[in-house]
Design a binder for this molecule. Structure first.
Ligand code: 0GY
Length: 291
């Protein structure tokens, strides 16, 4: 049974007014179960509704995306079967980001690579996972680097300062989820957001997803209070940004976004056709489909 306060994904999103460029990639989305086939992990912090691959692919086609990057959701722990199944079912149209522990075997990594997995996610968000020691993450990083994979990191803005030395020690490309979750009441010029900007400026291997206005907003839809932050990052680092829907939107408590309206937000943060092409096509293709 899903959590009593769980909000399910939007049943009938609008058709976006913004026409996505050909070959656009939804570079941040998840699958949940279905639980009858792919049970949720015992150590999970939430129990969601089912949101399987068929629904994801339907949404991809409806919104006008061509490809997905599916990120292992914490409700599945380190059991990547639902993710791998979705990647295999999509053929070349999906890539995956897995979650693995130190005991993962080389054979398991190779199998996942074969299915389309190209990275692992290190999660520091305390409400989602129990803490993993940094040495464990570093060991995993060394191993997956050999496969040409990269690392997606998810943390709260308050934890960035402490994480900087660790992030700067990682050997691969790093993709930071949701711009490091800035507090959008503080302003783009606030030292907290500028600390994140400086991190990207110093490290050419650090990318970010300019995603999740629906999580970062205080004002609510249409998320105008988040635009300046994302537009700033897209303008400054056009070759190191990714975008995704975050469907099926785990742990949204205030409201459930309309995925079509989220697509209509893209031209507000990537204002030129060139920026849109990079954000939606060239960047994700370079990172996920080059090998
Ligand atoms: C996101 C954000 C969240 C959840 C997860 O894997 C997850 O459970 O990523 C969140 O609750 O903020 O990126 O989907």
């Amino acid at each position: 049974m899903m959590d009593a306060d769980w909000i399910a994904f939007h049943p009938s999103p609008k058709k976006p007014d913004f026409i996505l460029p050909k070959g656009a990639v939804d570079a941040h989305c998840h699958v949940f179960g279905p639980a009858a086939e792919f049970p949720f992990a015992p150590e999970r912090k939430y129990t969601p509704c089912d949101a399987g691959k068929d629904k994801l692919f339907e949404l991809r086609d409806f919104l006008g995306f061509e490809r997905n990057v599916i990120v292992q959701a914490t409700c599945h722990g380190k059991d990547n079967r639902a993710l791998v199944d979705a990647c295999r079912a999509a053929g070349d149209l999906a890539r995956g980001i897995a979650s693995v522990g130190p005991d993962v075997t080389d054979e398991e990594l190779t199998d996942m690579h074969d299915a389309g997995v190209r990275g692992v996610r290190f999660n520091f968000v305390k409400r989602l996972v129990d803490a993993t020691p940094k040495e464990v993450f570093l060991d995993i990083a060394e191993r997956i680097a050999k496969l040409g994979w990269h690392i997606v990191v998810y943390f709260e803005a308050a934890d960035l300062q402490e994480l900087v030395p660790f992030l700067e020690s990682l050997p691969t490309v790093i993709v930071v989820d949701h711009m490091g979750r800035p507090d959008v009441t503080k302003g783009v010029d606030h030292p907290d957001f500028q600390r994140f900007v400086d991190l990207m400026a110093r490290n050419q291997n650090i990318w970010t997803k300019v995603t999740c206005p629906e999580r970062l907003t205080v004002a609510g839809p249409p998320y105008d209070d988040v635009i300046d932050y994302a537009a700033y990052i897209v303008e400054r680092f056009p070759d190191r940004v990714l975008w995704g829907t975050d469907w099926p939107h785990p742990n949204m408590k205030s409201h459930m976004p309309d995925d079509g309206a989220l697509v209509d937000y893209i031209p507000k943060i990537a204002r030129t056709r060139e920026q849109q092409e990079k954000l939606l096509v060239a960047n994700p293709m370079r990172l996920y489909w080059a090998q």
